[in-house]
Design a protein around this ligand. Structure first.
Ligand code: C2O
Ligand code: CU
Length: 466
């Protein structure tokens, strides 16, 4: 089935009916735990007359419920696995206690079918985070195992009614508009740009239109939950300013002085918009902008006094000490059109048919997937500057677990002088990027491509902080 851009656009402008995005918030049980259950469920992804898709979800919907906590608060999640395969839950972007990072095979044993696990951690930073499966993520996330995790400032900057979460996903639909399961695991995609969908949803809805009140200021938290798609968005087209990236607020709202903003897999951006007239957030990479979500603005029944100027509360993170940094270097190779490369996988050099049977296509410093030895070991508190060199023909979305970093240099492009904190960076073909952070969080942490097919096919490494 080919889903045309035109059809989407026509449907969008004809049906501009105000309907709030569904509220997804998860209530705590009486003993203070959030209960989260991964299980198969059915959901309609396509148009209202389309059949239901068979998904795997948290608490029965994709995205899963919004978990909200306050900065510095202890979060306890009682997780149960009702899937037919092992899984674990990763709290993406949270500078978390290593034992709670949810990485199957590195920080915990996967939770077996019928089993459970209690995630118990403190959320040190206020911001926009998300949780997702971290065992065979290419499969489990593609089927719907993800949800938002929002950590509020101690004095919230926005009223809850003006604080909206938008979880973006592109699904691969087939037939009458149901999730295409047969194409999962295509080796061709693993060695190319990953699994790209042909239908977008926001909070599981197609082309939602949300009602806003004229004159009021809103925070829009965009989360890219797609396996591999980079969304290109131009906030200036709808008058939005930026409040932060990847769960880390800026000191002040900022105007984007370049366009478009690239929102890679796993990345988040918080936008601020003053509702003046109807607007649409669009994906602008194609010839014609593609609508993501609409907003319909109407007058309030009562006139409230306009809120005072907003005051952001950035989290405080340790400043890298560049003069004393340890400087590991990561060379990314492989993939289609990357030429012949040597790949070591599980201690052995792959040859001939091995690539296909081992399903490996990429390497970091010549090694596919996790080696026995870490990429580097850091002393707790040490500054790390990683130089990443992308020698592949593809864009990647590199994610550091347990830490946020600043981008110092990026070949062929300018870097933001304000040095915003991030947990995932995009790197273009033949690009070299330097990131810096203080390795202050002890444990074993992944550093991997968040294009989930790339990670499965080799783009994974780990480092240790001792
Ligand atoms: Cu979003 Cu390794 O994670
Ligand atoms: Cu990649």
């Amino acid at each position: 089935m080919k889903l045309s851009r035109r059809r989407l656009l026509a449907g969008f402008s004809s049906g501009l009916v105000a309907s709030q995005l569904p509220s997804l918030s998860l209530a705590k049980s009486q003993d203070g735990f959030f209960d989260l259950i991964a299980a198969p469920s059915k959901q309609r992804l396509y148009l209202p007359d389309a059949p239901m898709s068979d998904l795997w979800t948290y608490n029965g919907s994709a995205p899963g419920p919004e978990i909200r906590a306050k900065k510095g608060e202890r979060v306890q999640v009682r997780f149960t696995n009702k899937l037919e395969e092992p899984t674990s839950v990763h709290w993406h972007g949270v500078r978390i206690d290593n034992a709670m990072d949810g990485v199957s095979g590195l920080t915990q044993k996967p939770v077996e079918p019928g089993g459970s696990f209690v995630y118990d951690f403190v959320a040190p930073d206020a911001g926009t985070f998300w949780y997702h499966a971290h065992n065979k993520s290419w499969n489990q996330v593609a089927r719907g195992l993800y949800g938002p995790l929002i950590v509020d400032e101690n004095e919230p900057v926005f009223e809850r009614s003006n604080d909206l979460t938008l979880v973006l996903d592109d699904w691969r639909l087939a037939g009458e508009g149901v999730l295409d399961v047969a194409s999962l695991g295509s080796m061709m995609e693993w060695a190319h740009g990953g699994r790209l969908g042909n239908w977008l949803t926001v909070n599981g809805q197609s082309r939602p239109v949300t009602g806003l009140v004229r004159g009021q200021t809103y925070r829009l938290r965009l989360i890219n939950a797609a396996n591999a798609r980079v969304f290109e968005i131009d906030p200036n087209r709808f008058g939005a300013t930026l409040l932060g990236f990847d769960g880390q607020s800026f000191a002040e709202p900022a105007r984007l002085d370049y366009a478009p903003l690239m929102l890679g897999p796993a990345q988040r951006v918080d936008l601020m918009v003053v509702a003046e007239s109807d607007f649409i957030i669009e994906e602008v990479s194609g010839d014609t902008p593609y609508p993501i979500a609409g907003f319909s603005v109407s007058d309030a029944e009562t006139t409230e006094a306009p809120g005072s100027a907003i005051k952001l509360h950035p989290n405080v993170l340790p400043e890298p000490d560049l003069a004393k940094a340890r400087r590991p270097r990561l060379e990314m190779t492989g993939g289609a059109m990357g030429g012949m490369i040597d790949i070591i996988y599980k201690g052995r050099k792959l040859q001939g048919d091995d690539f296909r049977t081992a399903r490996q296509a990429w390497a970091f410093n010549g090694v596919a997937n996790l080696a026995e030895e870490p990429f580097f070991a850091a002393r707790q508190g040490e500054t790390i500057v990683i130089e990443t060199v992308n020698r592949t023909a593809w864009v990647h979305a590199m994610h550091v677990h347990g830490h946020h970093f600043q981008i110092l240099n990026r070949s062929g492009s300018v870097v933001d002088e304000a040095k915003p904190w991030r947990d995932t960076f995009l790197i273009g073909q033949d690009q070299t990027t330097e990131i810096a952070f203080v390795a202050d969080n002890p444990g074993k942490w992944l550093f991997h491509c968040h294009m989930l097919e790339h990670a499965a096919a080799g783009m994974n490494t780990w480092f240790e902080v001792v």
